[in-house]
Design a binder for this molecule. Structure first.
Ligand SMILES: *Cc1c(COP(=O)(O)O)cnc(C)c1O
Length: 362
């Protein structure tokens, strides 16, 4: 028997819809000071770090718990929910992906306010769903009428929103939950910095999934711990879609240690992030810029030719994320907040970079 050996296009093996799915590339080449990903630039809770270093070998040689029951209890206590309304995942990305798979049939509409989290259209396409982006209103609140008019099976909102930093009004969230024909995803990746949350609403209604993460305020991005709160039937469906053993044993133990013993560290560094964010905003206002009001651990600063400023910043050893052509804003730069020494370093590089690009000495 002879095997035909004509060259074939590798893509021919993949699902056709993968032709349109890019590999995620936020262009994060190494740089001395990276202010692009809104992680915790102070580090991680000390007890969590000790737990990581002292982890017994048996934790690694054996499988982790099926659905992270112990961690669900600790997270439920932290957010004011109950464990039967909690689902965990390998980062909140995993929750978003699994939940889209759970609640969308092929071709279902996923509607999202824009601008927002860049992974949403990608996860929608990966799962064979139809993504519809709806431009937000000039006050940075979602255009709820237009979102509802798409009759979405899944409606995604993010509060505080990435990249603007805007907090969505409670009345907007309540209206969406009341009127949406399907499931509402509310991404609260930065809720700790805002000090407000809709977890209480997710405890009362049957169509709201509030999605949270330990990647930002808790400083555990590398461990990949995400979770969501919703009605028991809702989180069970996400859990089926997610599958067992998705949260690794190391992540579960370290996350537990942080929640049980290091909340004071987390709260203190959230407060510092808020203080330094406002201080950075004032420093930028002194230079004539008008950062958008932010409820998160980053600032979104409207800035002409932001891509070029971003490149010039890189040449000075600092990375911040440019967003060209944001609706109602124009070009903008998103800057993660951290220790003040780092922000001083940022401001020096920013002064040099803007002088390079705009051609005046500052
Ligand atoms: C960072 C971020 C996430 C991803 O969090 P992981 O838990 O690390 O996957 C989700 N949503 C938004 C809006 C984010 O900014």
């Amino acid at each position: 028997m002879t095997v035909p050996m004509e060259p074939r296009d590798r893509l021919a093996f993949a699902r056709a819809l993968y032709d349109d799915v890019p590999l995620y590339d936020p262009k994060r080449s190494p740089v001395a000071l990276d202010l692009t990903d809104n992680t915790n630039l102070w580090g991680m809770p000390p007890v969590a770090e000790r737990t990581l270093r002292e982890l017994p070998v048996a934790r690694i040689t054996r499988y982790p718990s099926l659905y992270a029951a112990e961690l669900k209890e600790a997270l439920a206590a932290f957010v004011g929910a109950t464990p039967d309304r909690l689902v965990t995942g390998c980062g909140s990305d995993d929750i978003l992906d699994s939940a889209m798979r759970a609640f969308g049939e092929p071709g279902s509409v996923v509607a999202s306010s824009e601008p927002s989290f860049a992974m949403i259209p990608i996860f929608a396409r990966m799962n064979g769903l139809q993504y519809v982006g709806i431009t937000e209103l000039p006050d940075h609140q979602p255009d709820i009428d237009a979102l509802l008019a798409t009759k979405p099976r899944i409606l995604y909102l993010c509060s505080p929103n990435n990249p603007t930093g805007a907090l969505l009004s409670r009345s907007a969230i309540e209206r969406v939950v009341r009127e949406a024909p399907g499931v509402v995803f509310l991404d609260e990746a930065y809720a700790e910095f805002a000090g407000v949350s809709a977890v209480d609403l997710a405890m009362q209604v049957d169509n709201l999934l509030v999605i949270r993460t330990m990647s930002k305020a808790f400083g555990l991005a590398g461990l990949r711990v995400g979770y969501a709160i919703g009605a028991p039937s809702l989180v069970r469906d996400v859990e089926k879609s997610r599958g067992p053993y998705k949260l690794n044993a190391m992540a579960e133990q370290v996350a537990l240690a942080a929640l049980r013993h290091d909340m004071a560290w987390v709260k203190a560094h959230v407060a510092l992030a808020v203080t330094n964010r406002d201080r950075l905003a004032a420093a930028l206002r002194d230079r004539g810029y008008a950062p958008l009001p932010s409820h998160a651990n980053y600032l979104c600063v409207p800035l002409a030719r932001a891509v070029e400023v971003g490149q010039a910043l890189r040449a000075h050893g600092v990375a911040a994320r440019p967003f060209p052509g944001l609706p109602h804003v124009g070009d903008a730069l998103r800057i993660s907040v951290g220790p003040w020494e780092l922000l001083t370093q940022f401001l020096a590089a920013f002064d040099d970079a803007t002088a390079d690009v705009y051609g005046w000495a500052s």
